[in-house]
Design a protein around this ligand. Sequence first.
Ligand SMILES: C[S@@+](CC[C@H](N)C(=O)[O-])C[C@H]1O[C@@H](n2cnc3c(N)ncnc32)[C@H](O)[C@@H]1O
Length: 298
Amino acid sequence: MDDYKKHTTKDGSLSLYSLSYEEGFHDKDGALRESINKYLLPAQLEEFYNAKKIVVLDVCMGLGYNTGCILEELLQRNIKIEWHGLEIDQKPLNLGLNEKIFQEIWSSKVLNFFNCLNISGKWTEGFNQGTIHWGDARQKIFEIQDSLRFDLILLDPFSPQKCPELWSEEFISLLTERLSTEGRLITYSTAASIRASFKRAGLNIYSIVPSTDDQRKWSSGTVAMKKKIEQQLIEKNCQIKELSTKEVEHLATRSSIPYRDPTGKGNSKEIISTREIEQSKSQLINTSSWRKRWNTAR
Ligand SMILES: C[S@@+](CC[C@H](N)C(=O)[O-])C[C@H]1O[C@@H](n2cnc3c(N)ncnc32)[C@H](O)[C@@H]1O
């Protein structure tokens, strides 16, 4: 069965639409552009350049844009890379690698990285190494050495309504345990449920500043960290900022009720309906009042 429809986004880069999830992989404005604005820039990679090694986890690698952008930068530096990827389906990467417009985006080194993963699931280049763990991220994460701590976690599942299992309080707590002290967990999601789960896991959260051509948006995503970021770094290049009052108030609404998956094996329907029941019984303020107060569209 053909599960994916290929299309070219506004910046000329290839993306996919998943027929089974009924959702696109990227913003229509640009697959590559989205990875740069929502993952590469908020990672502030220069903060890691003095370290001997950087450890990266890509959750839901898909076509691999988020990792691709980050590797393009890291491979030009004298820093050892250990990379792990979690992805249930190899087909997106395979489809990408068969398309000229995808191949042409990447340098030969990054293209080689993708080809190695596609062929053997492993990549080595000098001291650098990478492994893709094909399968359900909730189980496959346990294949990764328990003591390894990630400096960057790129979290990019389909939306919580389509793929709640990878946004659950339990999965977020697992990712948090694996995050290094200085590490950054980065996601495009601005959902109150996800941000509230990050907070309950003990993380400090920051909002990703929308790019200049996206100024109508109030946020382009979330960066979560164990450490508090110094003010000068927050202001630097204006890529991340403290949550606004509007965003903080969002966390006190019913939307902040988390997705729960205590067994790590729940299906999306069960997880969503459990949350809806919890929301209907909740004493928290209605999200519609918050929307009205801040004049925010759905
Ligand atoms: C929004 S797309 C990711 C886009 C990707 N980062 C890129 O640059 O193309 C979501 C991805 O999550 C994967 N996925 C869905 N459920 C999963 C699961 N339980 N475990 C791991 N990956 C999953 C899908 O196969 C899909 O590739």
